[in-house]
Design a protein around this ligand. Structure first.
Ligand code: 6GU
Length: 235
């Protein structure tokens, strides 16, 4: 997967992708990232990329021309163009996995200030939001999208860590523990220390259902529960 990120804050994007798992994926050529400074695509003096809105209203609006010129500079026939905006479709694990499978080049435009000229949408394939709140800029959203897609790309993380992820099978993850066995009176569940693999697996399966029921009951569709899961929840 290649990502081309169009932004007013290239250093913000650069700083994050130079860390951790994203960096490793880059080094192993599992992904490529191209950061495009929107200001390089204005034709106006003083690197201007925004202006007052017609009809009046608070705040500056990103102009259509620099954005479209930046898109056109990197777009190929295999590109999918995403705009980050609170008005977009809400980002989810299923979308991250679908994008990882489906696209080879993602162009992500980071929205900013009070918004962007509506005509930008004529050059965009999909508007994406990361949740129902407003950010000052799309950079964090773009990084959320890049991070969640990247960890869904084969070989970026171990397959095992993947299969038990939260949101797989619509369930949250089971709780995990490491040393020490006892911390201020609070103990690791005995079964995890038992070495009995079948019991450990049973514990993990149960905990996933219980954890989801307690923390995110909205994820559970009672009609979809199997008999064993219903028993766990006394349904
Ligand atoms: Cl994608 N952008 C901005 N500016 N705010 C947001 C968002 C995106 N998703 C949620 N809030």
């Amino acid at each position: 997967m290649k990502y081309s990120i169009i932004t007013l804050f290239p250093k913000t994007i650069q700083a994050y992708i130079e860390e951790s798992i994203i960096k490793k994926a880059l080094e192993r050529n599992l992904i490529a990232v191209e950061i495009i400074d929107l200001r390089d695509y204005t034709t106006l003096a003083h690197n201007q990329v925004d202006d007052y809105q017609f009809g009046g209203g608070k705040g500056m609006v990103l102009m259509v021309e620099p954005i479209v010129r930046a898109i056109e500079a990197v777009k190929t026939k295999n590109s999918w163009v995403v705009l980050t905006t609170p008005q977009g479709q809400t980002w989810q694990q299923t979308l991250a996995k679908q994008f990882a499978k489906q696209y080879e080049h993602l162009i992500i435009i980071c929205g900013h200030y009070e918004g962007f000229d509506e005509r930008v949408l004529e050059y965009v394939d999909q508007e994406v939001s990361i949740g129902d709140y407003v950010l000052t800029g799309g950079e964090i959203a773009a990084l959320v999208i890049v991070d969640s897609i990247t960890r869904s790309i084969p070989h970026v993380i171990k397959e095992e860590s993947f299969a038990q992820d939260s949101f797989e099978n619509n369930l949250l993850d089971y709780p995990v523990y490491t040393k020490p066995v006892e911390f201020r009176g609070s103990k690791v569940p005995d079964v995890l220390l038992s070495g009995h693999h079948a019991n450990i697996q049973k514990f993990k399966d149960e905990q996933q259902v219980i954890n989801t029921w307690k923390k995110r009951p909205d994820l559970i569709d009672e009609k979809q529960l199997n008999q064993y899961q219903k028993e766990i929840l006394n349904k």
